[in-house]
Write a protein that binds this ligand. Structure first.
Ligand code: ADP
Ligand code: MG
Ligand code: MG
Length: 889
């Protein structure tokens, strides 16, 4: 096979073979853009090398041939003593893995050719600077020497000369550095720095191959779910020099602002420098617009090229370029990363410009991005003092008093204070404090740290790994790099979307996108933001394209109404347990404690009208749309007082000789109902079967509410849903009772109440026997939260806070299965149940309720699996609408 491609032989669609960088270098070459000539060694070669521990037969010959052609074209040989050709050896995989693999510049220099280079360029300093860069990069990347050793040597010279600027170093200094660097290499390798140019190249290529399996690259791929077998390509590219003087330089550019999406000139430029200096931040770059003044001809050429690239790729591109003595060279381009707002604006602009279709545009924005746009945000027009910045671990804007331990967080929040929990890092002991806090700030740990994982799971704002902030928990204070000291109780604001931390209270504003969904902003009006117009356009498109309906989880009329404004087409999950809380707890206690049928019936009778009125409100808010009501699910002990508190109360009363009959009965009930593992205990349909009258009361409340709505001229569409069914027999009993109650109430009111009764599929057994269950279920709703718990044997409440961060860090999974559906395991059960359910009862309605209903990746799976609808929290409804449309488009 062919292992080496000249740039001109490739194109942008060959990313599998040539990697992203190589494919795009080829594309630019063929567009006639000024790319320094070179060639790409394929990922095939890399894979062969990794599997066999040696490069494939013929690779070296092929490289020699391509190198010879390159030398002929350039009119000089690699490392030629009097006029050397120099090359860079650059890694480049199919998916960009930022900072994971490396590049070596200036290959071909040695003690002889450095003089040739100096003579040709008429610039000693440049030649020796290039040489020391080679030894430094080669030593670090290829020979595995700690980079700090080289940095320290540079710093030592700078210190001696009393400067911090590289530009103050002269040819003599670099000559000295070359010697020092060689000594470092010799000391650490025994072999020293190889002076043979072809040998330098050979080793650099192998080092790039090897870097594919470096531990950090392996971990990165595992977390990002990038297949480990892809391998990387290697690009060999003739050098151009930005470090030849002030008429040379290097920079990065974007064809549009990757932050806002606005058109304009964005980027950074650095005179007299080589590529990596721009990113390394050792010297201050100037805004790209300044290039117009520094080198107007190159600037105009660059803008032309940017336009060409954008029209060609039909998207925002980012670019690396170098100017060598007034001549512009393109070193890299790719379709660039962007913020959520930029993604929506750019896709919309490109449709307006006629560059892409609306269909393509919707393919380029994601539900995750839409979700980001919906978080409340800090008012950017307000005056803000930034204390520092960390990682944007969990989006949102939170304001509160800084506290430094969980205990204080809990105590203060109980007394009504908003707090931000500041920790160096969090651990499972901090859980309660995290729940109590408005937001969480840590100075250590990345996006898979405990704080980040748990905060995202709770939907709580979190900035993590803000290393520049010194969180001093012992002295209960936080010190910012600017010297500001935040004591316990001082107010701070944290922005989980940008990772910024501010002093004091920054005012929060609702996102314009949410105001649009709420109907407060008219997208057609001139004053509306172009972001809102983009969102509106894409939502309309998705709504027309999607096959699945989107419903919301709502337990009261207010949420139902809100969900409907957000575009929900019904309620997919109305949890009735929330109707048992508050003042009604007393009634539920009475029900649980009832000794006689009469007592029980009385307490049920008292609950009935309350439930009925709740349902009336919800049916009214969702008039004409289905409302799936789930009968009581949680174990009864959840409605009783806490066992410890109650025991103390009883003990105190006893010692004082006070009356405590009621508490004593309660305590006995708590003991009776206590379960080791309530998640797998007496709950769901099991309650319906063992607590006489409970489910029939609930069905009666639903039936009466529907009858009342019908009387009032409404169109109620309830669906009765039985939770936690494991076998069809359970369902059959409850279903018959339910149908009887519907008939009875219908007769009482003189109306026909013909409503579907169905079940949740949330136990593996239910999924596996879905064919049997479907005989007695008019619909299935996959309860993916419980199904995930029972399939994995994870108790969500326990594992997320305890070991999930470790699992994520080790790459056991890339994302929590509670956040994004486990397609291989849980998804397989869903497919089985869909197929068998449909076979047993063609036309059975299939939906999903649970957090996954609003998760973009999961929504795509549900679409593919053939579900009729997804149901999610009201706030996620737009996300599910967009993603269902994207899945169908
Ligand atoms: P990364 O993927 O980390 O950006 P690159 O391979 O793009 O690595 O190279 C690192 C830096 O070196 C970039 O700034 C790039 O523009 C510069 N560079 C790479 N090859 C050359 C070359 N042949 N001539 C000049 N600069 C180069
Ligand atoms: Mg690059
Ligand atoms: Mg459940």
């Amino acid at each position: 096979p062919k292992y080496v491609y000249e740039f001109a032989e490739g194109n942008k669609d060959l990313k599998d073979l040539l990697g992203g960088k190589g494919a795009n270098l080829a594309e630019m070459t063929n567009l006639g853009l000024p790319v320094p000539p070179g060639f790409t060694i394929t990922t095939d070669a890399c894979r062969y090398y990794l599997e066999n521990g040696r490069v494939p037969e013929g690779l070296d010959t092929e490289i020699d041939e391509k190198l010879a052609a390159l030398e002929a074209a350039m009119g000089k040989r690699l490392g030629q003593a009097d006029d050397p050709l120099l090359v860079s050896v650059r890694s480049g995989a199919k998916f960009s893995m930022p900072g994971m693999m490396e590049t070596v510049l200036n290959i071909g220099l040695n003690d002889d050719s450095v003089r040739g280079l100096a003579a040709q360029a008429g610039n000693e300093r440049f030649a020796w600077d290039s040489y020391r860069r080679l030894i430094q990069m080669f030593g670090k990347t290829v020979q595995g020497i700690d980079g700090e050793l080289f940095e320290d040597a540079i710093d030592a010279i700078k210190q001696r000369k009393g400067t911090t600027d590289d530009l103050d170093l002269d040819a003599g200094d670099f000559k000295e550095l070359v010697q020092t660097f060689k000594d470092i290499v010799a000391e650490h390798t025994g072999e020293g720095f190889p002076s043979d140019p072809r040998e330098q190249m050979r080793q650099a290529i192998q080092a790039v191959f090897d870097s594919w399996n470096a531990p950090r690259a392996v971990l990165y791929r595992r977390q990002e779910r990038i297949p480990s077998g892809l391998g990387t390509a290697v690009n060999v590219c003739s050098m151009v020099f930005g470090n030849l003087g002030m008429d040379s330089g290097t920079g990065v550019a974007f064809t549009r602002d990757p932050a806002s999406g606005q058109q304009g000139v964005y980027g950074d430029y650095l005179q007299n420098a080589q590529g990596e200096d721009v990113v390394a931040g050792i010297r201050n770059t100037v805004p790209l617009a300044d290039l117009e003044r520094i080198d107007p001809a190159s600037y105009r050429r660059l803008l032309d090229i940017m336009e060409t690239l954008e029209n060609h790729y039909r998207d925002l591109c980012d670019i690396e370029f170098t100017i060598e003595r007034g001549r512009l060279w393109m070193l890299q381009t790719r379709v660039g990363k962007r913020t959520a707002a930029a993604a929506f604006r750019i896709a919309n602009q490109l449709v307006d410009q006629g560059l892409i279709t609306l269909d393509e545009a919707v393919g380029r924005v994601t539900g995750d991005q839409l979700a980001q746009l919906m978080f409340p945000r800090f008012d950017e027009t307000a005056e803000r003092t930034r204390l520092g910045r960390g990682m944007n671990a969990s989006p949102g804007a939170a304001v509160g008093k800084a506290v430094f331990d969980s205990y204080t967080a809990i105590k203060w929040s109980r007394s009504g204070e908003d707090v931000i929990l500041c920790r160096r890092e969090t651990n499972p002991d901090d859980l309660e404090g995290m729940i109590a806090a408005r937001g969480i700030l840590t100075s250590r740990g990345g996006k898979t740290s405990h704080a980040a994982v748990v905060a995202r799971g709770m939907g709580k704002t979190c900035v993590c790994g803000a290393e520049e902030l010194d969180v001093d928990t012992k002295n209960r204070r936080l010190v910012a790099p600017g010297g500001q000291v935040i004591e316990e109780g001082d107010v701070i604001s944290i922005d989980g979307t940008s990772g910024e931390v501010f002093l004091g209270e920054v005012p929060v504003v609702a996102s314009p996108v949410v105001r649009y969904f709420e109907g407060e902003i008219d997208p057609a009006s001139d004053s509306s933001d172009d972001l809102v117009r983009a969102v509106h356009r894409f939502m309309q498109y998705s709504d027309a394209a999607r096959r699945m309906n989107v419903r919301a989880n709502a337990d009261n009329a207010e949420d139902a109404a809100r969900a409907r404004r957000m575009g929900a087409q019904g309620v997919g999950l109305c949890r009735t347990e929330h109707m048992f809380l508050g003042d009604r707890r007393q009634l539920v206690e009475r029900l649980i404690l009832a000794d006689t049928d009469k007592e029980r019936e009385e307490s049920l009778a008292a609950l009935l009208p309350l439930q009925r009125d709740d349902f009336i409100g919800i049916f009214e808010a969702m008039d004409g749309l289905p409302v799936t009501v789930r009968l009581l699910d949680p174990p009864l002990h959840e409605f009783l007082p806490d066992i410890t508190e109650l025991s103390v109360r009883v003990a105190v009363a006893e010692s004082r000789g006070e009356k405590h009959e009621n508490d004593l009965r309660l305590l006995q009930a708590v003991h009776r109902l206590h379960e080791q593992n309530p998640m797998l205990g007496l709950r769901g349909v099991r309650l319906g079967l063992v607590v006489p009258g409970l489910f029939t009361m609930q069905v009666r409340a639903i039936a009466q509410a529907a009858a009342e709505r019908l009387r009032a001229g409404g169109r109620p569409c309830p669906e009765i849903m039985i939770p936690l069914v494991g076998t069809v027999q359970e369902l059959e009993i409850i279903r018959e009772e339910s149908l009887r109650v519907l008939r009875e109430v219908g007769e009482e009111y003189g109306v026909t109440l013909n409503y579907p009764v169905g079940t949740m599929i949330e136990l593996p057994r239910a999924a596996l026997t879905a064919g049997q269950i479907a005989e007695n279920a008019e619909f299935f709703s996959f309860g993916t939260n419980d199904l995930t718990q029972t399939v994995w044997g994870f108790s969500r409440d326990d594992v997320e806070a305890s070991f999930f961060s470790a699992y994520l860090e080790k790459g056991v999974f890339g994302v929590s299965p509670f956040e994004s559906l486990d397609v291989d395991g849980v998804g397989r059960l869903i497919r089985i149940a869909v197929e068998e359910g449909r076979r047993a009862r063609p036309g059975i309605k299939l939906g999903v309720c649970g957090e996954h209903g609003g998760d973009p990746a999961s929504v795509h799976f549900f679409h593919e699996a053939g579900l009729d609808y997804v149901s999610c929290s009201p706030f996620r409804v737009p996300v599910a609408r967009l993603e269902s449309g994207r899945a169908a488009a």
